[in-house]
Design a protein around this ligand. Structure first.
Ligand code: PLP
Length: 504
């Protein structure tokens, strides 16, 4: 493909992307296909002769789109959001064009240096403690990882090596293997599945301690578990606290857990994968009180901050622990421009790394801090609106409402709520997933797509009510109440992502 063909193909795809995004409401959020749908649509061998870009692009609608779960649909309320925005998409195109693998400063000076500056911009936006910033005097700094899972894994590996070094400094006779075999890490039963996985692949016992009624890990629980393990001759080393759990968006109390970690010499890693983006708004920063106790902090701009996957922001107070754990040098990797700038290969699992800071830069500049704040606030307002609708209907109970996530259920037996969700999923027009809250089956309703408006929430609620009518019988005057409430909220919710874009 030459440059001219690329110009045509590229422009056609940009038009396709804009049309897809603008008209996404025309597509069912869940696809109507069965597993194995795709293979029969394709030849069994790769083409011998080149094909035209027109033929390739045509097949996107024929082969790919029928099998897409539309995460960017305003009717997608499952999991947590995965961001997509135009400036970010453009950033990824440019990253693809430069096509560098910025594992060291020399291999990608701009790739490294833009990341250093962007992580400082972002760290300052969240009001992280100074020690986390690249621009601080000390050994702290920020890095972009591919995912929150990797950030957790890396923090765990870093403390593993730190423990070996610390213990051997004082007791050189104890072997590395013995120390490593005794390490214990802690988290709660509400932490993300990736935390348990980090324990498995990092070969460190990961205790998933019982959380309280509100889904929080309590200091008392942590303290008792640490004591018990020390008495058994084990070596506690790591605590993962969650700000915004995946199930119900609960917040561990850092001011409670932090002092325990200090007393017990435990590395504190904060996983704020989803909720971290909300800390850009000052009114939500109280949720991260005690962040100064953390040794490492992570959140995903690729979830809620309009940066496309993958972009997971991680900061550490002392990057030397990462170097000690991961630094392997080969002669072909060395370069003589040693400076205070990081060789990011020592901060991550793979050697290679993409130029991910570009899309972050494009997003921060295109929206501005105010644009991102408006987006977050609008989504939280939509979640509150949804919770109000649930509360107006006596057949339902709203269980939790935290940031952009509401959990709710039909009153009565779990099987009713389960059946309701099964029916909704089978219709493929609205997508939500369940979780457990205080032992009960609840539906998680997350505000995900950037384009979600109050009308979409009202539509979803009417859809839910229609199925509830069939399941448990209609509620008297339901429709009138909803309409009045909806009118009220439609007037009140004025700031939204679209108007942010239009106002520019
Ligand atoms: C989504 C989520 C993760 C996993 O994020 P990845 O970037 O996909 O690894 C981890 N922790 C929490 C609390 C999450 O909500």
């Amino acid at each position: 493909m030459d440059a001219n063909q690329f110009r045509e193909f590229g422009k056609a795809v940009i038009d396709y992307v804009a049309d897809y995004t603008e008209n996404i409401r025309d597509r069912s959020v869940l696809p109507s296909i069965e597993p194995g749908y795709l293979r029969p649509l394709l030849p069994s061998e790769a083409p011998l002769k080149p094909e035209s870009w027109q033929e390739i692009l045509m097949d996107v609608e024929r082969v790919i789109m029928p099998g897409v779960t539309h995460w960017q649909s305003p009717n997608f309320h499952a999991y947590y959001p995965t961001a997509s925005s135009y400036p970010s998409i453009v950033g990824d195109i440019l990253s693809g064009a430069i096509g560098c693998v910025g594992f060291s400063w020399m291999a990608g000076p701009a790739c490294t240096e833009l990341e250093v500056v962007m992580m400082d911009w972002l760290g300052k936006l969240l009001h992280l403690p100074e020690e986390f910033l690249n621009c601080s005097e000390g050994p702290g700094g920020g890095v972009i990882q591919g995912s929150a899972s990797e950030a957790t894994f890396i923090a765990l590996l870093a403390v593993k090596q730190r423990m070996v070094n610390e213990i051997q400094d004082a007791n050189p006779e104890i072997s590395e293997d013995e120390i490593k075999s005794k390490l214990v890490a802690y988290s709660s039963d509400q932490s993300n599945s990736s935390v348990e996985k980090a324990g498995i692949i990092g070969s460190v016992r990961m205790r998933l301690l019982e959380s309280n009624q509100d889904g929080q890990l309590e200091a008392k629980t942590l303290r008792e578990a640490v004591k018990k393990d020390r008495e058994a001759g084990l070596i506690p080393c790591f605590v993962l606290a969650t700000l915004g759990t995946t199930g119900t968006c609960a917040f561990d109390d850092m001011q409670e857990l932090g002092p325990v970690c200090v007393e017990e010499n435990l590395w504190l890693h904060i996983d704020a994968a989803y909720a971290g983006s909300a800390f850009i708004c000052p009114e939500y920063r109280y949720l991260m009180k005690g962040v100064e106790y953390a040794d490492s902090f992570n959140f995903n701009p690729h979830k809620w901050m309009l940066v496309n996957f993958d972009c997971s922001a991680m900061w550490v107070k002392d990057s030397r622990h990462l170097h000690n754990a991961f630094s392997v040098d080969r002669i072909y990797l060395k370069h003589n421009k040693v400076s205070s700038l990081p060789d990011y290969r020592h901060w991550q699992v793979p050697l290679g790394r993409r130029f991910r800071a570009l899309k972050l830069w494009f997003v921060l500049r295109s929206y501005g801090v105010e644009g991102i704040q408006k987006h977050i606030r609008h989504q939280i307002a939509l979640a509150e609106h949804f919770k109000n609708l649930v509360e107006l209907d006596s057949r339902f109970e709203a269980c939790t409402c935290s940031l952009g996530l509401v959990t709710f259920r039909l009153k009565g037996d779990d099987s009713l709520t389960q059946k309701l969700l099964d029916i909704l999923t089978a219709k493929r027009e609205l997508y939500a997933v369940p979780c457990r809250y205080r032992g009960k089956y609840v539906i998680r309703f997350a505000i995900c797509a950037k384009s979600t408006q109050v009308e979409d929430i009202n539509w979803a609620w009417n859809m839910i009510c229609k199925e509830a009518d069939a399941l448990v019988g209609p509620k008297v005057r339901k429709v009138e109440i909803i309409n009045e409430k909806a009118k009220f909220d439609a007037i009140n919710i004025t700031s939204n992502a679209e108007s942010v874009e239009k106002s520019k």
